[in-house]
Every structure is written in structure tokens, then in C-alpha cells.
Design a protein around this ligand. Structure first.
Ligand code: COA
Length: 192
């Protein structure tokens, strides 16, 4: 169910733009929004919450303080990336509970990465963020989305399969390579 997030702790600017949405997948409300300039602390807190299992599966980039700062600053202004966080209230503060991003955003088929905070996994949040990411890519008329995942990441593969991603091979690290192909009515049933 998609609905407005009325949490008092959220520092949302109240925008009703397509880039900010909220959902209640449980009792708790989550908002997906673009990364902001004041997010470095929240993102670093999210990185620090990673269990060993999540570290094993989520490894597209560094998860240190310097990278959190970079995400909130120069990377946020880089047209070749497009990154979003899912946030919720914890007490009276907003915490990051999920992160989804595109690389090669200026290309027709960008790459996607996704992660959900430990303790919030398997509650529909990955699906919420993937829906958001797919809708964003469609709104920007992308041709599809590429990603890779470890062969033993069964949960992630369940998420990707649910959204229609197909395994099309393996990359140099022997990870599965998947694509979600957006049909293009001008080209035919499949655009890629
Ligand atoms: C993979 C990840 C992003 C999925 O997000 P999530 O919020 O846990 O997933 P959801 O609750 O939305 O579930 C989506 C689908 O995943 C699968 N899934 C979820 N929990 C599962 C579990 N415990 N066991 C097996 N499959 C599971 C199901 O197919 C589910 O669809 P369904 O609910 O319709 O059956 C999240 O678990 C995560 O961050 N894991 C650690 C980091 C990681 O693996 N990132 C991806 C790297 S490629």
C-alpha cells in the first residue's frame, strides 16, 4: 500500500513530487527519497549497521565515513549516478533503512544496487524500493536495468525474479548478471 508518510520525525520538505513516496508495508511507515546534502550521518549510521551477512552480499562500494560523505556531497551532484534512501522514524530521529542506486545513469541501460538494513529485511522494503527504482527508470525512458548478484544470494534473486529480471549470464567474478528489459513500442516487444 502506498500512502503519505506523516511521521513527525521526517525531515521531508513536504514535496508531492514523483521522486518522493512513502509506504506502509507494516505498522511502520517508510519513505523513499533522493539522497540529500544532510544525509551523510544517516548513511554512515546505516553502513555501520551492516551484519557480516549483509557485508558479504552488499559490496558495490566502500561503506566507510568518507564514502557516506561523498554520497551526500559530490556524488549527489554527479549526473552519472542517481541514489535514493528509504527512511523511517526511530524515536524522534530519522534513520536510513534502505538504499537503492543507479550507476551509468546517463546511459540507456543503467546498473542498479540495493540494500535493506538488517532487522528490516524480508518485510517488503526491498520490493518498495525496487518498485520506486523501476518506476524512476521508466519515467526517464531507460531501456532496462542491469545488475549482478552473488549466486548464493537467494533472497535477492527472489526479489529480482519478482520484478521480472532474467539471468543472462555471469560476470568476471562469476556473479549472476541479470537484466530487466523494458519493452519499447517503437522498436518491438523487447528493446534490448
Ligand atoms: C536482498 C534485499 C535487498 C531484499 O530486500 P527485502 O526487503 O529483504 O525483500 P522483500 O521483503 O521486499 O522481499 C522480496 C522478495 O525477496 C524474496 N525473499 C524475501 N525474504 C526472503 C527470505 N527470507 N528467503 C527467501 N526469499 C526471500 C521473496 O521472493 C520476496 O518476494 P515475496 O515477498 O513476494 O515472496 C535485502 O534482503 C538485503 O538488503 N539483503 C542484504 C544485502 C543484499 O543482498 N543486497 C543485494 C545485493 S545483489
Amino acid at each position: 500500500m502506498i500512502e503519505e508518510n506523516n511521521n513527525k520525525c521526517t525531515s521531508s520538505n513536504g514535496s508531492d513530487s514523483v521522486v518522493e513516496r512513502a509506504a506502509a508495508t507494516t505498522e511502520q511507515k517508510f519513505t523513499v527519497r533522493p539522497i540529500r546534502a544532510d544525509d551523510a550521518d544517516r548513511i554512515y549510521d546505516y553502513f555501520q549497521s551492516f551484519s557480516e551477512r549483509t557485508k558479504h552480499f552488499f559490496m558495490p562500494h566502500a561503506i566507510d565515513r568518507a564514502f557516506a560523505e561523498k554520497l551526500a556531497n559530490e556524488d549527489r551532484l554527479d549526473p552519472n549516478t542517481n541514489r535514493f534512501v528509504a527512511v523511517t522514524c526511530s524515536g524522534n530521529r530519522e534513520i536510513v533503512v534502505g538504499y537503492v542506486f543507479f550507476w551509468n545513469w546517463t546511459k540507456r541501460v543503467p546498473w542498479l544496487g540495493i540494500g535493506v538494513r538488517d532487522g528490516f529485511q524480508s518485510r517488503g522494503l526491498g520490493s518498495l524500493m525496487m518498485r520506486y527504482a523501476v518506476d524512476t527508470a521508466l519515467a526517464y525512458k531507460k531501456g532496462g536495468i542491469l545488475l549482478t548478484t552473488l549466486q548464493d544470494n537467494i533472497r535477492a534473486q527472489g526479489l529480482y525474479r519478482k520484478f521480472g529480471y532474467e539471468i543472462i549470464g555471469r560476470d568476471m567474478r562469476d556473479e549472476f548478471l541479470l537484466i530487466l528489459n523494458f519493452p519499447d513500442k517503437n522498436i518491438g516487444a523487447t528493446s534490448l
